[in-house]
Design a protein around this ligand. Sequence first.
Ligand code: HEC
Ligand code: HEC
Length: 361
Amino acid sequence: MKHKIKLVIIFAAFVFGGLAVSFSSQRAQTRTTQVETAGQRFKNIKVLNDMPADQLGKVMNIFSASLGVNCDFCHYGEDFEKDGKKEKETARDMIKMTMSLNKDHFRGRPEVSCNTCHHGLDHPQAQVNLSPEPIAERPKQPETKPTVDQIIDKYIAALGGAQKLAKITSREIKSVRVEPDGRTTEPENKWFKEGKYFSETMYGTTAVTEGFDGTKGWKAGNKAAIYMKPDEAEQVRREGELSAPEKIKQIYPKMEYRALDRIDGHEVYVVFATAASGTRERLFFDVATGFLVRRSTATPTMFGNYTYQVDYLDYKLFGGVKLPATVKYSMPNIRWTSKVVSLKNNPQIDDKRFESIAAGH
Ligand code: HEC
Ligand code: HEC
């Protein structure tokens, strides 16, 4: 994917609006008490008027991924409020149809979404597939279920043990971000320290940064900075927290074994985990190696769940402990793989690094 398309999607995040970093806390408070609708926040909304404004960004990415298209299939460049493309008008009809199907046939639950029909195609196929791929069956479930303690103990041991892990309080990772085309790459640096997180990715000469300062998640680029929406901030927080995997039981005070499943042919234990904040996630541990290989969470929208998935792959020894050398991030319409180039445990990191850029202004 070209830097330009990627940047449109990234900077659209600023259009969709989190709380601008400079907003007064008073404004932030009024926002939490009454939910702002898309009709109130955006300029030219004709059908999604009552949808919470914070869902619009996710929903636009769900539309794009469902049809297998970019934003410009329905929009003129970054003039998102402009009308005139027939695809945007068709999409408005489709939104109305989808909402009425759910209202009239599924008691208002978002059972039908764009992807239910489109499956990644702009023109859905009505005819039946005559040579379907067989659907992989779930592996036979174990007679005695493993306990969460067994799964976690094996994971921590596989990484090198709690003692070794606890000695690491900061980390610096130099990596490359590989785009879905497999060819486009961007240099990326990440810093972790006591639950705080900061990353910087270079798209050509444009730096896009993301961070969690211990309480708030923020992102910045193109001289603009915003605080993330709560669910996004929660995910950046988790990246920071999980750099200390020996604390996994504190990160997720509630964990429950669910089932034995498979990812890419490997058997995995599926664990339902609830973070301290109440966010529910699924953790997948490789049965053979013990490693955490996937983590996923879903945020509901009017057009189905917006899934956020992280795959931790290719565990290697870095200074006495094993860590994933490849991390794959997947969301509707947004995917990249981060490959470690070099990793330093316990570097000196100034706390200032984790502050939002607004703090320095
Ligand atoms: C399949 C068509 C389609 C795709 C693809 C699509 N959009 Fe939209 N978008 C719409 C429609 C339709 C509206 C107006 C909804 C309404 O009128 O209620 C809209 C509205 C918007 C708005 C609100 C503009 C305003 O101020 O009124 C933004 C911002 C936006 N889209 C961004 C994006 C971005 C970014 C992408 C790519 C990630 C994208 N859209 C992909 C159909 C689409
Ligand atoms: C019940 C099935 C169904 C659902 C649900 C559905 N669509 Fe469609 N959509 C279709 C079909 C069928 C066509 C092709 C119609 C035609 O060619 O006349 C289509 C066509 C379109 C087109 C025109 C594509 C083109 O090539 O011009 C757009 C845009 C679109 N859909 C967007 C959406 C969006 C956005 C959603 C979710 C809000 C959605 N659709 C939900 C069945 C569906």
